[in-house]
Design a protein around this ligand. Sequence first.
Ligand code: SF4
Length: 336
Amino acid sequence: MTDFHLLIAKWYRQNFRTLPWRETKNPYFIWLSEIIMQQTRIEQGTSYYTKFIRAYPTVQDLANAPEQDVLNNWQGLGYYSRARNLHFSAKYITNELNGEFPKTYKEIIKLKGVGTYTAAAIASFAYNEKCAVVDGNVYRFLSRLFDVATPIDSTQGKKEFQILADELIEQAVPEVHNQAMMEMGSIVCTPKPKCDSCPVQTYCQAFQNSTINERPVKSKKTKVRDRFFHYIIYTFEEKTIITQRTEKDIWQNMYQFPLIETTSIDVPSGISDTIDFSSKVQKHILSHQRIFALFHHVNHAPTVSTAAHLEINKADIQDYPLPRIIDRYLEDTANQ
Ligand code: SF4
């Protein structure tokens, strides 16, 4: 495979998609883009990336922003721990590293929320360090190139694939090579691969062995947990009640209407008499959880008030970071 890296680099130069974070060497911008793009479509991620670099042009600006401001800007992207980790690490860089972004893979991986893939991406894109990235697209591409049957989600698989990726980057220009490997996986070696237009088809062992559709192999099925949320929307004198999610759970520190979680979607008997109107079931899928929610409208103030209750003007609710399921429900009902 002596000219493999040359073939994919040439293909990349002719086929790459122009993305704003590919036009910078600023490690802070690259870090932002990598965290934003995790589990996010490119179109959606691009607008958030632009919003973040405008709101926080330097790592110090991000560090100095209130957490609520960062979460508000993140609203709609989901997986809020990413935003919290970004904020935490920005403070760490500002306060502990004199505002200087770490310059090597070994230092970058110490940042909270940064794993092997993200550290390799930043080190190679910003500093041209020879670190091979292995994301989902690269796993698929490598598993076919070398016809590897080891599950990509096993410890052994992770080791094997990293070794293969490290060998391939050896002779290459790290930044271009990594971008090319990922772009090949996302444009050509896709779940339904376009082998006819593949520049490295002659090297592809799965193509020769007719095992393409069996690669990559996965061992585990992700266990998904169902949860049932009943939100109570109190309305009185243009006001409503919200609470903050303080417990260690999804959407930590975000705001919501008072919530009763139950083991089924049936309306809890204690509240059924007070409800004026209930929504249809709203579904929200996360990587390990499926949320089924009902929004119950109650046209008066709560009869029992607790310390957690925050009384706000209904019109001000968008000033608070809200989970996407609530945000979407408010959007949908406002448009009706
Ligand atoms: Fe992927 Fe097909 Fe190319 Fe093999 S020949 S690397 S399966 S696109």
